[in-house]
Design a protein around this ligand. Structure first.
Ligand code: SF4
Length: 217
């Protein structure tokens, strides 16, 4: 590892461990720091028991760390709506299954240093799961998504998370050309529901794994 990479890793770890304390203080049952994607996947597999059901909404991070495949190896039933075999008729039931699973495993568009999650959705299913999925909730979020305050976190969700997401979906919003948000009124706008999770929702267990490697959008 180069000296530059080492110093970035150390800075991420210092911030990540400090933020874990913030999440615990905000009501999360566990909050752990993983230096690598591989460590993050191992920590998630320690939390999620064999043979349970797991809902995975639209998240690049969870897919990037290979967790979907590893959960299947534990005989977990994974529900996700990026399944290309879904039809318009079957998609709704799958979205519902995601939010009713034993575990809801997601990332976040942004988070604040003091432990608040900030997310923007188009249809709202992912942010609904963050606040009202029926099972336990696990966030896996890379430390590069951390911002000092709410304004910066919302700006990150719009300017850093959304343009690549729009390009992934082949949408013709202005940010697909500019690479930054212009607060558009496009019919294809995917910024429609903004949520701030200030504390872990009541009545269910919530967990956080912060990751030192850059993941997702
Ligand atoms: S509001 Fe429009 S321009 Fe801004 S990030 Fe969302 S889709 Fe892109």
């Amino acid at each position: 590892m180069s000296a530059f990479a080492k110093s970035i890793r150390e800075a991420n770890e210092a911030l990540g461990r400090k933020m874990c304390a913030s999440f615990i203080s905000n009501g999360y049952k566990t909050a752990r720091y993983a230096a690598t994607a591989e460590e993050a996947a191992s920590m998630a597999l320690e939390l999620i028991p064999d043979r349970c059901s797991v809902g995975v909404p639209g998240t690049v991070t969870v897919r990037e760390i290979g967790l979907m495949e590893k959960l299947a190896e534990k005989n977990c039933t994974v529900y996700h709506h990026w399944d290309p075999t879904l039809t318009p008729e079957t998609r709704g039931a799958r979205l519902e299954a995601e939010n009713k699973a034993d575990w809801f495993v997601t990332s976040s568009n942004a988070m604040t240093f003091d432990g608040r999650m900030v997310n923007i959705d188009g249809s709202g299913n992912r942010v609904a799961g963050m606040s009202w999925s029926l099972g336990k909730i696990l966030y896996i979020v890379s430390v590069n998504k951390a911002e000092r305050d709410l304004d910066s976190a919302i700006a990150r969700a719009r300017n850093s998370a959304t343009p690549p997401n729009v390009l992934r979906l082949n949408l013709a919003t202005p940010c697909s050309k500019t690479g930054q948000c212009v607060d558009c009124n496009s019919p294809e706008r995917i910024c429609r529901v903004l949520t701030i999770i200030e504390r872990a929702p009541l009545g269910r267990e919530s967990h956080v794994i912060l990751v030192g490697e850059t993941l997702g959008y």
